[in-house]
Design a protein around this ligand. Sequence first.
Ligand code: SF4
Length: 341
Amino acid sequence: MVNNIEVLERGPEKSTLEQEKILQIDNLKKHFPVKSGVLQRTKGHVRAVDGINFYIKKGESFGLVGESGCGKSTAGRTIMRLYEPTEGKITFDGEDISTQKERHLFKLRREMQMIFQDPFSSLNPRKTVGSMLVEPLKVHGLYKGSKERKEKCQEIMSRVGLNPSFLNRYPHEFSGGQRQRIGIARALVLEPKMIVADEPVSALDVSVQSQVLNLLDDLQVDFDLTYLFIAHDLSVVKHFSDRIGVMYLGNMAEVAEKTDLYDDPLHPYTQALLSAVPRSHPRERKRERILLEGELPSPANPPNGCVFHTRCPHVMDHCKEIEPKMQEVKPNHYVACHLYE
Ligand code: SF4
């Protein structure tokens, strides 16, 4: 699928939209080399992210969804510059950060933070919570004195619902939900503008998932945060996002306002994903379950034309040859599918 960012920017309110954007992603690609043999020669590439375009407005919560292996987490890490982009442009707060060297990313490291999926492995088991929170403050030269830094850490602890006296404890002394709160505290302590949350509740018990989601919701208002919220579960994203992008095999299939996407999904892949989401209210329209045939193709060898054509119930001959362009089919509703051309 070829996604055309020019189309995404069309409309009379373009200049206002430009001012509102905090993140703009243009044709972002991340390919990983596949090596084999004794000499470890490159035999091909895994096209984990293969040319995606989207933007996020300040204060917005943008959900990036798709099944496992669609490239959404790689996209998040590439945007954070934890991975080097293969191609494309990442503009954060008006600055092109896609080609900056690590030493120039200091400001970005403060202003964009990440919450990881697994609260067990993302925390250093040998460090107390206090030292994990103080370290970034020291690195960025904030709150010069140790007393001020400790007070800041205590304040963040209570803000995420943890007892400030727990600063001396180690990660193994906490439950899964508490550990994710520590991960959130670590992301928040530098008061970033934006947080990339990569499946932040999927490793947690269902009983604590909603507590953590509610916390993230409250923090967004209190800290004036923008979220890129990555998830495979559409029902989680539904309650959390203002707009949603649906990814399939490294490509963006559809981008729309949340209600529009749920009420009127246009891309056959989005329709299939949504058909599997249980109704949250008896009056909600019942969807007929759409079962996709076949497996997700390998991103090392994606299909020609529309990458979804091997599983699409509406496939046409030209879908197998020609990549569909992303186009605005309804106001602020974009889809990459030949059915709408
Ligand atoms: Fe892709 Fe064609 Fe199906 Fe649209 S109809 S999703 S272009 S295969």
